[in-house]
Design a protein. Structure first.
Length: 98
């Protein structure tokens, strides 16, 4: 897979969950992302594929973490480029924290 600079992606991992951000490095064992959030829970989309193409239709029902400047995530099993529309929608979800 060719990674496009400044493109937003959704990455689903084997054990760590689902993440949204930009990819700086990618191989079959790990992915390094910047401007990354964990998508802990969402409403307004049925699956990560819909999130990547359309974003969420219910941003108030989503639990997305704060943005982390950079992280490396092991065992990516799904990498989906986001449309511009979806990226704007996902970036607009309020931070979920306690």
């Amino acid at each position: 897979m060719k990674i496009i600079e400044n493109q937003y992606y959704i990455v689903r991992t084997n054990r760590a969950g689902v993440f949204f951000g930009k990819i700086t490095e990618y191989n079959k064992d790990e992915v390094t992302m910047t401007d990354v959030r964990k998508l802990w829970y969402w409403e307004g989309a049925c699956a990560v594929e819909q999130l990547a193409l359309e974003g969420t239709k219910k941003p108030s029902g989503c639990n997305f973490t704060m943005v982390v400047p950079e992280m490396t995530i092991s065992e990516p099993i799904q990498v989906i480029p986001c449309t511009d529309k979806a990226a704007e929608s996902l970036k607009g979800v309020d931070v979920w924290k306690r």
